[in-house]
Write a protein that binds this ligand. Structure first.
Ligand code: MF3
Ligand code: CO
Ligand code: CO
Length: 267
């Protein structure tokens, strides 16, 4: 997810309207990213390291003719992000991070296929997490879908974050505002910024051919992020409470939306 730079700007200047050819390329890359998340699900279990999952993901992406976009992105060292429990996002896969019963984790994959980017993430459960952890995960998934349902030409981008934050707050959670969704396709992070907490009818209007991610991060406790000083990436909740996230890449069509990373996974 992109760092929230222009929280207060009303209009975005440079939103790319993709051509049919570009949409086709981004559709293929997004489909592959979704397939990576489906492929990895059977390997997510107690006792495996997140570095092992990253290696499998790396191999799968490369074997399908693509490049993992996170590798060397601003110095990020791995082929995906894996964020456990109180890690909000940008967790770095590592040999010494071993999955244990009750963990909840997000795996975030971005593919570059023939130069086009697709970006998606979902939550996985290890063994039997607590009921409160499962409720957070289910609510976050629902937040993503509420956001997606706001996508149609002429609607305000702010209504995505409005729908998400209204629901999340009503359920007793908070919405991370320091990271946001983003335009995607020709680059990893393009305009516009997609805030997951926003005022009604704020921001630019959606137009057919726009492609962006919606990727709400929802917290049990405080919304603030603290980035690990030792690695410069791992973003944790400030109170060590749980955080969850789901992400899809979405195309604005003439009549509504197409979820480009949806390959009939369970999210
Ligand atoms: N995939 C993330 C997103 O949804 C970005 C990860 S950037 C990295 O935008 F450098 F941390 F990998
Ligand atoms: Co993203
Ligand atoms: Co992502």
């Amino acid at each position: 997810m992109a760092i929230n730079f222009y929280n207060n700007l009303k209009e975005s200047m440079n939103i790319i309207i993709k051509t049919g050819e570009q949409i086709e390329g981004i559709r293929k890359s997004s489909k592959l990213a979704g397939e990576v998340l489906r492929y990895i699900s059977e390997y997510v279990r107690e006792g495996v390291s997140t570095a092992y999952l990253d290696q499998l993901i790396h191999n799968y992406i490369v074997e399908h003719g693509a490049i993992p976009a996170t590798m060397n992105y601003n110095g990020f060292p791995k082929s995906c992000c894996i964020s456990l429990n109180d890690v909000i996002c940008h967790g770095i896969p590592a040999e010494n991070v071993i999955l244990k019963n009750g963990d909840i984790l997000n795996i975030d994959v971005t593919t570059i296929l023939n130069g086009f980017f697709g970006d998606t993430s979902k939550m996985y459960l290890v063994g039997q997490p607590s009921e409160t952890a499962i409720k957070l995960v289910d609510t976050t998934r629902h937040c993503l879908h509420l956001g997606i349902q706001q996508v149609r030409p002429g609607n305000y981008i702010g209504n995505i974050g409005y729908a998400i934050s209204r629901y999340a707050i009503a359920q007793g959670y908070t919405v991370v505002y320091e990271y946001c969704g983003h335009g995607v396709g020709l680059e990893f992070h393009e305009e516009p910024q997609i805030d997951h907490a926003a005022r009604k009818n704020s921001g630019p209007k959606m137009r057919p051919g726009m492609i962006f991610t919606i990727e709400p991060m929802i917290n049990e406790g405080k919304p603030r992020v603290k980035v690990d000083e030792s690695d410069g990436w791992t973003a944790r909740t400030v109170d060590k409470k749980l955080s969850a996230q789901f992400e899809h890449t979405v195309l604005v069509t003439e009549t509504g939306y197409e979820v480009l990373t949806d390959v009939s996974n369970d999210y």
